[in-house]
Ligand binder design. Structure first.
Ligand SMILES: [Zn+2]
Length: 491
């Protein structure tokens, strides 16, 4: 059973090498691998990750003394880990995060990477030393990676840099862009990670400045707080010339919005819009504390949003107004961000669930014209096919956030099972207790709203199987190394 074009089809076979050649009737091809009892879906795209933050999972879930705990107190704890990690530690933590991603059906990741310097703030001989460890980790697990290299110049408007941020800082756009150029060149040469292929993509989707279909670079000004306007303009210009994705944290916290208004007299989205910095390759991450006018500005510029609901609920950030984004035609991708959990379909369903809790309604994000309550349907519409088409419309919309929108956001070559796209996909066991008994018509809703990630059986990237029968070939070694790292960090 193959998910393509918004529905499952049990008669289709996928013909591919590293790219999907065609989808044809299964009885027309020889040497078919029959996926009895399984459904095949396009690989999930995780558009926002900080892989090293996997090391603080479970270590921040308590109240600090005399404090109201918030994003800002969590950030202090995150920094205390960030200042200690060696490049090899980052490799081990990243492999652990990427392994868990692979096991839940993720085939490409956008890694928002900001550890550039040594713990004492000095520059490494290679300014991309740690970035390359992260790319190597993705390569060793088998995921595609957009290394979204972060620009970070200051702690905030009229705020001294905290000693805990010295590993992130590149003071000026010239240094930042020189280092980005070096990273692109090194990935092109394939010199960085062992096993990386600096190949060209036969589908021709690789933009200028892109290293390969396996690993490429994006521009990531951290936030309006951390990057002043002149710096921001220069690096976004570079990204546009090179046709690279641009990712930026936007309006995650009310304090960030008020500081931006104090500095520039405009909210972060208004600043970006009026300075001409938004565009089709721009993804605003979080974008929680925004007005309808700001949503309109994002829509006008064809900019995208990346929501990270599992992290946002963990940090108490707030709720992404995806209802407004969809109403105005803004595409929404998903990210597991801090990795408090890694389950991209959980992020997909939370887009909807957070709004249900706020509005005390159901099926908030269902596309217009898809009634989901039986009383909304006329007798003729209760005919099975019509009802089922309607019933899966919401799930299809959420699933597209986890696949196609993610691919568009980070520039990944997958996102859908269509000829010409990368052969990146995963299978689920139809007998898994979490989805058993679903019919083809309600299978996608069952997967999006109820799938346990243990139901994921095979994960294939570029035609290469990286997870077989729910296991990754290097799983034990990756887990053991990570356990040793945690012991070293925390005792
Ligand atoms: Zn983030």
């Amino acid at each position: 059973m193959v998910y393509t074009d918004g529905r499952f089809d049990s008669r289709l076979a996928l013909v591919c090498d590293d790219t999907i050649a065609q989808l044809v009737a299964a009885d027309e091809v020889e040497n078919v691998i029959r996926l009895t009892g399984r459904a095949l879906l396009p690989g999930l795209i995780n558009a926002h990750s900080h892989a090293f933050q996997r090391v603080i999972r479970g270590r921040t879930e308590y109240r600090t003394a005399n404090n109201k705990d918030s994003f800002w107190t969590w950030r202090e704890m995150m920094y205390s880990a960030a200042v200690r990690l060696t490049p090899e530690d980052v490799y081990d933590a990243s492999r652990m995060a990427f392994l868990e991603m692979a096991l839940c059906g993720i085939t490409a990741v956008g890694e928002f990477h900001y550890l550039h310097r040594a713990p004492d703030g000095s520059a490494y001989d290679d300014p991309n030393l740690i970035a390359k460890q992260v790319v190597r980790a993705a390569s060793d697990v088998g995921l595609r990676i957009a290394l979204l290299r972060v620009a970070y110049a200051r702690s905030g408007y009229e705020t001294e840099v905290s000693p805990q941020q010295i590993r992130f800082i590149e003071n000026d756009p010239e240094t930042y862009l020189k280092n980005v150029g070096q990273l692109i060149a090194d990935l092109e040469r394939g010199s960085a990670p062992t096993g990386m292929e600096a190949c060209s993509d036969s589908s021709g989707v690789i933009p200028n400045g892109r290293a390969s279909a396996d690993a490429w670079v994006g521009i990531a000004p951290h936030s309006v707080r951390a990057v002043p306007l002149n710096y921001l303009k220069e690096i976004v210009d570079f990204a546009n010339q090179q046709r690279l994705p641009v990712h930026m944290h936007v309006a995650e916290q009310p304090a960030e919005v008020s500081a931006c208004i104090e500095e520039y007299g405009r909210s972060p989205v208004a600043l970006l819009a009026t300075e001409g910095l938004l565009g089709g390759r721009f993804t605003a991450v979080h974008t929680i504390h925004v007005t309808p006018k700001a949503v309109h500005m994002l829509a006008e510029a064809s900019a995208m949003v990346c929501a990270c609901p599992t992290t946002e609920r963990n940090l108490g950030d707030g709720i992404v107004p995806v209802d407004d984004f969809f109403k105005q035609g803004v595409r929404v991708a998903l990210g597991s961000d801090s990795h408090v959990e890694i389950d991209l379909l959980e992020d997909a369903r939370e887009l909807e669930y957070h709004l249900r809790l706020r509005r005390m309604e159901r099926a908030v994000l269902a596309p217009d014209g898809s009634p989901t309550a039986r009383e909304d349907l006329s007798a003729s519409e209760l005919d099975g096919a019509v009802l089922n088409t309607h019933a899966s419309a919401l799930a299809a919309r959420l699933f597209a956030c986890a696949t196609m929108s993610g691919a568009e956001s980070i520039g990944a070559p997958g996102g859908a099972l269509e000829p010409g796209r990368a052969a990146d996909f995963f299978t689920v066991d139809l007998d898994d207790p979490s989805i058993a008994g679903a019919s083809p018509d309600d299978l996608l809703s069952s997967i999006v709203f109820s799938l346990s990630k243990t139901a994921v059986r095979d994960v294939v990237v570029g035609g290469k199987r990286i997870v077989a029968d729910g296991r990754h070939a290097r799983q034990e070694e990756i887990v053991e190394r990570f356990k040793a790292l945690q012991k070293k960090l925390w005792g």
